[in-house]
Design a protein around this ligand. Structure first.
Ligand SMILES: NC(=O)c1ccc[n+]([C@@H]2O[C@H](COP(=O)([O-])OP(=O)(O)OC[C@H]3O[C@@H](n4cnc5c(N)ncnc54)[C@H](OP(=O)(O)O)[C@@H]3O)[C@@H](O)[C@H]2O)c1
Length: 336
Protein backbone atom coordinates (compact mmCIF):
# COMPACT_ATOMS: atom_id res chain seq x y z
CA UNK A 1 0.00 0.00 0.00
CA UNK A 2 1.60 3.26 -1.18
CA UNK A 3 0.86 6.24 1.05
CA UNK A 4 1.57 9.91 0.30
CA UNK A 5 1.56 12.25 3.31
CA UNK A 6 0.81 15.92 2.63
CA UNK A 7 1.77 18.07 5.64
CA UNK A 8 4.57 17.21 8.04
CA UNK A 9 3.70 19.24 11.14
CA UNK A 10 2.53 17.93 14.52
CA UNK A 11 0.02 15.48 13.07
CA UNK A 12 2.11 14.39 10.07
CA UNK A 13 5.13 13.63 12.25
CA UNK A 14 3.02 11.74 14.80
CA UNK A 15 1.49 9.76 11.93
CA UNK A 16 4.92 8.77 10.59
CA UNK A 17 5.96 7.59 14.06
CA UNK A 18 2.77 5.60 14.68
CA UNK A 19 2.95 3.94 11.26
CA UNK A 20 6.30 2.42 12.25
CA UNK A 21 4.64 0.95 15.35
CA UNK A 22 1.59 -0.33 13.45
CA UNK A 23 3.52 -2.13 10.71
CA UNK A 24 3.01 -5.60 12.19
CA UNK A 25 -0.73 -5.11 12.55
CA UNK A 26 -0.98 -4.04 8.90
CA UNK A 27 1.02 -7.10 7.84
CA UNK A 28 -1.43 -9.37 9.68
CA UNK A 29 -4.10 -7.95 7.35
CA UNK A 30 -1.88 -8.78 4.39
CA UNK A 31 -0.98 -5.13 3.76
CA UNK A 32 2.50 -3.71 3.43
CA UNK A 33 2.13 0.03 3.96
CA UNK A 34 4.93 2.21 2.58
CA UNK A 35 5.02 5.97 2.92
CA UNK A 36 6.34 6.70 -0.56
CA UNK A 37 6.34 10.48 -0.20
CA UNK A 38 5.98 13.40 2.18
CA UNK A 39 5.23 17.00 1.21
CA UNK A 40 5.62 20.18 3.24
CA UNK A 41 5.77 23.85 2.24
CA UNK A 42 9.44 23.51 1.29
CA UNK A 43 8.89 20.71 -1.23
CA UNK A 44 8.70 16.93 -1.23
CA UNK A 45 10.65 13.79 -0.61
CA UNK A 46 9.77 10.66 -2.58
CA UNK A 47 11.03 7.11 -2.12
CA UNK A 48 9.68 4.05 -3.92
CA UNK A 49 10.76 1.75 -1.07
CA UNK A 50 9.29 3.90 1.66
CA UNK A 51 10.79 6.92 3.41
CA UNK A 52 13.03 6.46 6.48
CA UNK A 53 11.21 7.94 9.44
CA UNK A 54 14.12 8.66 11.78
CA UNK A 55 16.32 10.43 9.23
CA UNK A 56 13.40 12.50 7.90
CA UNK A 57 12.40 13.64 11.38
CA UNK A 58 16.00 14.78 11.90
CA UNK A 59 16.18 16.54 8.52
CA UNK A 60 12.89 18.34 9.18
CA UNK A 61 14.11 19.47 12.59
CA UNK A 62 17.55 20.60 11.39
CA UNK A 63 16.78 22.03 7.96
CA UNK A 64 13.06 22.86 8.08
CA UNK A 65 11.88 20.81 5.10
CA UNK A 66 11.77 17.17 3.99
CA UNK A 67 12.86 18.42 0.56
CA UNK A 68 16.46 18.56 1.88
CA UNK A 69 16.54 14.77 2.16
CA UNK A 70 19.62 13.49 0.32
CA UNK A 71 17.68 10.58 -1.11
CA UNK A 72 14.75 11.78 -3.18
CA UNK A 73 14.42 15.37 -2.03
CA UNK A 74 12.60 17.74 -4.44
CA UNK A 75 12.65 21.36 -3.22
CA UNK A 76 10.37 22.74 -5.92
CA UNK A 77 7.77 19.95 -5.92
CA UNK A 78 4.30 20.79 -4.53
CA UNK A 79 1.60 18.41 -3.35
CA UNK A 80 -0.23 18.27 -6.69
CA UNK A 81 2.92 17.28 -8.54
CA UNK A 82 3.87 14.79 -5.80
CA UNK A 83 0.47 13.10 -6.28
CA UNK A 84 0.98 12.84 -10.05
CA UNK A 85 4.51 11.49 -9.70
CA UNK A 86 4.00 9.07 -6.80
CA UNK A 87 0.54 7.71 -7.78
CA UNK A 88 -0.40 6.84 -4.17
CA UNK A 89 -2.95 4.25 -3.13
CA UNK A 90 -3.89 6.42 -0.14
CA UNK A 91 -3.25 10.17 0.22
CA UNK A 92 -3.19 11.60 3.75
CA UNK A 93 -4.09 15.33 3.94
CA UNK A 94 -2.59 16.95 7.07
CA UNK A 95 -2.02 20.58 6.05
CA UNK A 96 -3.47 23.44 8.17
CA UNK A 97 -7.25 23.92 8.25
CA UNK A 98 -7.79 27.18 6.39
CA UNK A 99 -10.31 29.91 7.21
CA UNK A 100 -12.89 31.31 4.82
CA UNK A 101 -12.74 28.38 2.38
CA UNK A 102 -11.22 24.96 1.77
CA UNK A 103 -7.80 26.36 0.76
CA UNK A 104 -5.18 24.22 -1.02
CA UNK A 105 -6.45 21.06 0.71
CA UNK A 106 -9.45 20.83 -1.65
CA UNK A 107 -7.10 20.88 -4.63
CA UNK A 108 -4.97 18.15 -3.04
CA UNK A 109 -7.98 15.95 -2.30
CA UNK A 110 -9.58 16.34 -5.74
CA UNK A 111 -6.24 15.72 -7.46
CA UNK A 112 -5.68 12.58 -5.39
CA UNK A 113 -9.16 11.25 -6.27
CA UNK A 114 -8.60 12.08 -9.92
CA UNK A 115 -5.44 9.93 -9.81
CA UNK A 116 -7.35 7.02 -8.32
CA UNK A 117 -6.12 7.48 -4.75
CA UNK A 118 -8.25 7.01 -1.63
CA UNK A 119 -8.07 9.98 0.75
CA UNK A 120 -7.77 10.28 4.53
CA UNK A 121 -7.92 13.83 5.88
CA UNK A 122 -7.19 15.46 9.24
CA UNK A 123 -7.89 18.82 7.59
CA UNK A 124 -11.38 20.05 8.47
CA UNK A 125 -11.86 22.83 5.91
CA UNK A 126 -12.85 20.80 2.80
CA UNK A 127 -15.47 18.90 4.81
CA UNK A 128 -16.92 22.08 6.29
CA UNK A 129 -16.98 24.09 3.01
CA UNK A 130 -17.07 21.62 0.12
CA UNK A 131 -18.34 18.32 1.53
CA UNK A 132 -20.79 17.64 -1.28
CA UNK A 133 -18.19 18.31 -3.97
CA UNK A 134 -15.62 16.02 -2.35
CA UNK A 135 -18.13 13.20 -1.90
CA UNK A 136 -19.53 13.57 -5.44
CA UNK A 137 -16.06 13.32 -6.97
CA UNK A 138 -15.14 10.37 -4.70
CA UNK A 139 -18.31 8.56 -5.77
CA UNK A 140 -17.74 9.23 -9.46
CA UNK A 141 -14.17 7.93 -9.18
CA UNK A 142 -15.11 4.94 -7.00
CA UNK A 143 -12.67 6.02 -4.29
CA UNK A 144 -13.05 6.18 -0.50
CA UNK A 145 -12.72 9.42 1.49
CA UNK A 146 -12.34 9.23 5.30
CA UNK A 147 -12.07 12.14 7.70
CA UNK A 148 -12.63 10.79 11.21
CA UNK A 149 -9.58 12.72 12.49
CA UNK A 150 -11.39 16.02 11.86
CA UNK A 151 -13.78 15.65 14.81
CA UNK A 152 -12.78 14.52 18.30
CA UNK A 153 -9.26 13.32 17.44
CA UNK A 154 -9.00 9.86 18.98
CA UNK A 155 -12.65 9.91 20.08
CA UNK A 156 -14.57 8.04 17.37
CA UNK A 157 -17.39 10.59 16.96
CA UNK A 158 -18.00 10.08 13.23
CA UNK A 159 -17.57 6.31 13.38
CA UNK A 160 -20.10 6.14 16.23
CA UNK A 161 -22.44 8.32 14.19
CA UNK A 162 -22.20 5.94 11.24
CA UNK A 163 -22.85 2.92 13.47
CA UNK A 164 -25.80 4.56 15.23
CA UNK A 165 -27.48 5.67 12.01
CA UNK A 166 -27.79 2.13 10.65
CA UNK A 167 -31.47 1.49 11.39
CA UNK A 168 -31.94 4.68 13.39
CA UNK A 169 -31.96 8.48 12.91
CA UNK A 170 -30.21 11.33 14.68
CA UNK A 171 -32.91 13.72 15.86
CA UNK A 172 -30.43 16.17 17.35
CA UNK A 173 -26.88 16.27 18.64
CA UNK A 174 -24.90 18.41 21.08
CA UNK A 175 -21.20 18.33 21.74
CA UNK A 176 -18.33 19.83 23.68
CA UNK A 177 -15.89 19.67 20.81
CA UNK A 178 -13.10 22.11 21.59
CA UNK A 179 -10.63 21.30 24.37
CA UNK A 180 -9.08 24.79 24.55
CA UNK A 181 -12.30 26.67 25.23
CA UNK A 182 -13.49 24.02 27.66
CA UNK A 183 -10.20 24.26 29.56
CA UNK A 184 -10.44 28.07 29.69
CA UNK A 185 -14.04 27.99 30.96
CA UNK A 186 -13.10 25.39 33.58
CA UNK A 187 -10.24 27.57 34.89
CA UNK A 188 -12.47 30.67 34.90
CA UNK A 189 -15.00 28.74 36.97
CA UNK A 190 -12.21 28.12 39.47
CA UNK A 191 -11.46 31.85 39.72
CA UNK A 192 -9.05 32.69 36.85
CA UNK A 193 -9.66 35.65 34.57
CA UNK A 194 -10.11 34.96 30.82
CA UNK A 195 -6.58 36.29 30.10
CA UNK A 196 -5.02 34.16 32.87
CA UNK A 197 -6.86 31.04 31.71
CA UNK A 198 -5.75 31.63 28.11
CA UNK A 199 -2.14 32.05 29.25
CA UNK A 200 -2.30 28.74 31.18
CA UNK A 201 -3.88 26.99 28.17
CA UNK A 202 -0.91 28.19 26.09
CA UNK A 203 1.53 27.05 28.76
CA UNK A 204 0.30 23.45 28.66
CA UNK A 205 0.38 23.56 24.85
CA UNK A 206 -3.33 23.22 24.06
CA UNK A 207 -3.90 26.81 22.85
CA UNK A 208 -2.18 28.06 19.69
CA UNK A 209 -0.23 31.33 19.65
CA UNK A 210 -3.33 32.62 17.84
CA UNK A 211 -6.28 31.00 19.65
CA UNK A 212 -8.96 32.77 17.59
CA UNK A 213 -10.26 29.60 15.94
CA UNK A 214 -10.86 28.00 19.35
CA UNK A 215 -12.26 30.85 21.45
CA UNK A 216 -14.38 32.35 18.65
CA UNK A 217 -16.19 29.00 18.37
CA UNK A 218 -15.04 28.61 14.76
CA UNK A 219 -13.26 25.28 15.39
CA UNK A 220 -16.46 23.93 16.96
CA UNK A 221 -18.42 25.35 14.01
CA UNK A 222 -16.23 23.38 11.57
CA UNK A 223 -16.78 20.22 13.61
CA UNK A 224 -20.56 20.56 13.99
CA UNK A 225 -20.79 21.23 10.23
CA UNK A 226 -18.77 18.08 9.50
CA UNK A 227 -21.04 16.11 11.84
CA UNK A 228 -24.16 17.51 10.11
CA UNK A 229 -22.66 16.67 6.71
CA UNK A 230 -21.99 13.12 7.85
CA UNK A 231 -25.64 12.88 8.90
CA UNK A 232 -27.26 14.38 5.82
CA UNK A 233 -24.81 16.37 3.63
CA UNK A 234 -25.63 19.81 2.22
CA UNK A 235 -24.18 21.98 5.02
CA UNK A 236 -21.52 24.72 4.95
CA UNK A 237 -19.81 26.24 7.96
CA UNK A 238 -20.96 29.77 7.04
CA UNK A 239 -24.52 28.84 7.97
CA UNK A 240 -23.62 28.18 11.65
CA UNK A 241 -25.14 30.62 14.18
CA UNK A 242 -21.89 31.41 15.95
CA UNK A 243 -20.88 32.92 19.28
CA UNK A 244 -17.54 32.42 21.04
CA UNK A 245 -16.50 32.45 24.68
CA UNK A 246 -14.66 35.80 24.64
CA UNK A 247 -17.54 37.58 26.31
CA UNK A 248 -18.18 35.05 29.07
CA UNK A 249 -17.31 36.74 32.37
CA UNK A 250 -16.18 35.04 35.61
CA UNK A 251 -19.31 36.46 37.26
CA UNK A 252 -21.53 34.67 34.67
CA UNK A 253 -19.83 31.38 35.58
CA UNK A 254 -20.16 32.05 39.34
CA UNK A 255 -23.85 32.94 38.99
CA UNK A 256 -24.52 29.82 36.92
CA UNK A 257 -22.67 27.67 39.50
CA UNK A 258 -24.80 29.08 42.34
CA UNK A 259 -27.89 27.94 40.43
CA UNK A 260 -26.48 24.46 39.74
CA UNK A 261 -25.21 25.07 36.20
CA UNK A 262 -21.91 25.27 34.35
CA UNK A 263 -21.28 27.25 31.15
CA UNK A 264 -19.68 25.37 28.26
CA UNK A 265 -19.11 26.04 24.56
CA UNK A 266 -21.67 23.77 22.92
CA UNK A 267 -21.99 22.85 19.24
CA UNK A 268 -25.50 21.83 18.27
CA UNK A 269 -27.32 20.15 15.39
CA UNK A 270 -30.95 20.94 16.15
CA UNK A 271 -34.06 18.89 15.43
CA UNK A 272 -34.93 21.19 12.54
CA UNK A 273 -31.45 20.80 11.02
CA UNK A 274 -29.97 24.14 12.13
CA UNK A 275 -26.36 24.47 13.30
CA UNK A 276 -25.50 26.52 16.39
CA UNK A 277 -22.36 27.16 18.42
CA UNK A 278 -22.22 29.21 21.60
CA UNK A 279 -21.82 29.27 25.36
CA UNK A 280 -24.69 27.29 26.96
CA UNK A 281 -25.78 26.54 30.48
CA UNK A 282 -25.54 22.84 31.36
CA UNK A 283 -26.98 21.19 34.45
CA UNK A 284 -24.13 20.39 36.87
CA UNK A 285 -23.32 16.69 36.79
CA UNK A 286 -25.02 16.11 33.43
CA UNK A 287 -23.00 14.04 30.96
CA UNK A 288 -22.02 17.02 28.80
CA UNK A 289 -20.81 18.97 31.82
CA UNK A 290 -17.17 17.92 31.32
CA UNK A 291 -14.14 19.72 32.70
CA UNK A 292 -10.65 20.49 31.41
CA UNK A 293 -9.70 19.15 28.01
CA UNK A 294 -12.38 16.47 27.72
CA UNK A 295 -14.75 16.23 24.75
CA UNK A 296 -18.30 14.91 25.05
CA UNK A 297 -21.05 14.23 22.53
CA UNK A 298 -24.75 13.53 23.08
CA UNK A 299 -26.47 11.82 20.15
CA UNK A 300 -30.26 11.98 20.48
CA UNK A 301 -31.45 9.03 18.45
CA UNK A 302 -35.06 8.56 17.30
CA UNK A 303 -35.20 4.93 18.44
CA UNK A 304 -32.28 4.36 20.81
CA UNK A 305 -32.77 7.65 22.72
CA UNK A 306 -29.73 9.48 24.08
CA UNK A 307 -26.30 7.93 23.50
CA UNK A 308 -23.11 9.51 24.87
CA UNK A 309 -19.45 9.51 23.95
CA UNK A 310 -16.84 10.93 26.28
CA UNK A 311 -13.06 11.12 26.19
CA UNK A 312 -9.91 12.99 25.32
CA UNK A 313 -10.28 15.10 22.22
CA UNK A 314 -7.66 16.12 19.74
CA UNK A 315 -3.89 16.01 20.09
CA UNK A 316 -1.31 15.05 17.44
CA UNK A 317 -1.03 11.39 18.46
CA UNK A 318 -4.78 10.95 19.00
CA UNK A 319 -5.34 12.51 15.57
CA UNK A 320 -2.66 10.33 13.95
CA UNK A 321 -4.31 7.28 15.53
CA UNK A 322 -7.61 8.31 13.92
CA UNK A 323 -5.87 8.57 10.52
CA UNK A 324 -4.51 5.05 10.97
CA UNK A 325 -7.97 3.80 11.96
CA UNK A 326 -9.31 5.28 8.71
CA UNK A 327 -6.59 3.54 6.67
CA UNK A 328 -7.46 0.21 8.29
CA UNK A 329 -11.10 0.81 7.39
CA UNK A 330 -10.17 1.51 3.79
CA UNK A 331 -8.32 -1.82 3.69
CA UNK A 332 -11.36 -3.61 5.07
CA UNK A 333 -13.79 -1.85 2.70
CA UNK A 334 -11.59 -2.72 -0.27
CA UNK A 335 -11.78 -6.41 0.62
CA UNK A 336 -15.59 -6.43 0.49
N1 LIG B 1 -2.94 19.16 16.08
C1 LIG B 1 -4.06 18.53 16.42
O1 LIG B 1 -4.24 18.10 17.56
C2 LIG B 1 -5.15 18.32 15.38
C3 LIG B 1 -6.32 17.63 15.73
C4 LIG B 1 -7.31 17.39 14.75
C5 LIG B 1 -7.13 17.87 13.46
N2 LIG B 1 -6.00 18.58 13.19
C6 LIG B 1 -5.83 19.07 11.82
O2 LIG B 1 -4.72 18.41 11.24
C7 LIG B 1 -4.08 19.28 10.31
C8 LIG B 1 -2.60 19.35 10.64
O3 LIG B 1 -2.43 19.88 11.94
P1 LIG B 1 -0.98 20.13 12.55
O4 LIG B 1 -1.19 20.44 13.98
O5 LIG B 1 -0.08 19.02 12.16
O6 LIG B 1 -0.56 21.47 11.74
P2 LIG B 1 0.90 22.06 11.59
O7 LIG B 1 1.77 21.59 12.72
O8 LIG B 1 0.74 23.52 11.34
O9 LIG B 1 1.47 21.36 10.25
C9 LIG B 1 0.98 21.64 8.99
C10 LIG B 1 1.91 21.04 7.95
O10 LIG B 1 1.36 21.28 6.65
C11 LIG B 1 2.41 21.80 5.81
N3 LIG B 1 1.79 22.61 4.77
C12 LIG B 1 1.16 23.81 4.87
N4 LIG B 1 0.69 24.21 3.68
C13 LIG B 1 1.06 23.24 2.79
C14 LIG B 1 0.88 23.07 1.39
N5 LIG B 1 0.20 23.97 0.65
N6 LIG B 1 1.40 21.96 0.80
C15 LIG B 1 2.08 21.04 1.52
N7 LIG B 1 2.27 21.14 2.86
C16 LIG B 1 1.76 22.23 3.48
C17 LIG B 1 3.33 22.58 6.73
O11 LIG B 1 4.57 22.71 6.11
P3 LIG B 1 5.84 23.36 6.87
O12 LIG B 1 6.27 22.31 7.88
O13 LIG B 1 6.84 23.51 5.78
O14 LIG B 1 5.36 24.60 7.48
C18 LIG B 1 3.33 21.64 7.95
O15 LIG B 1 4.27 20.61 7.75
C19 LIG B 1 -4.81 20.63 10.43
O16 LIG B 1 -5.73 20.75 9.38
C20 LIG B 1 -5.50 20.55 11.77
O17 LIG B 1 -6.69 21.33 11.83
C21 LIG B 1 -5.01 18.81 14.10
Amino acid sequence: MRILLIGFGNVGRAFLQLMEEERRRFRRLGADPRIVGIVDRGGATLSENGVKASSLLTIKMRKGSVAYSEQGGFPSMDAVEAISVSQPHVTVEATPTSRGGSGPALRHILKALEHGSHVVSANKAPFAYDYDTVMRVALSRGRIVKYSATVGGGLPVLKTLKTLTVGDFVESLRGILNATSNYILTLMEEGSSYEEALRLAREIGIAEADPTMDVSGMDTAYKITIIANTIEGGHRVDEVELKGIEEVKPKDLREAALNGYSIRLVGEFTEDGRLRVGPSKLKRGSVLDVSGTLNAVEFRMKRAGPVYLLGRGAGPFETAAAIIRDIFEILEEEKR
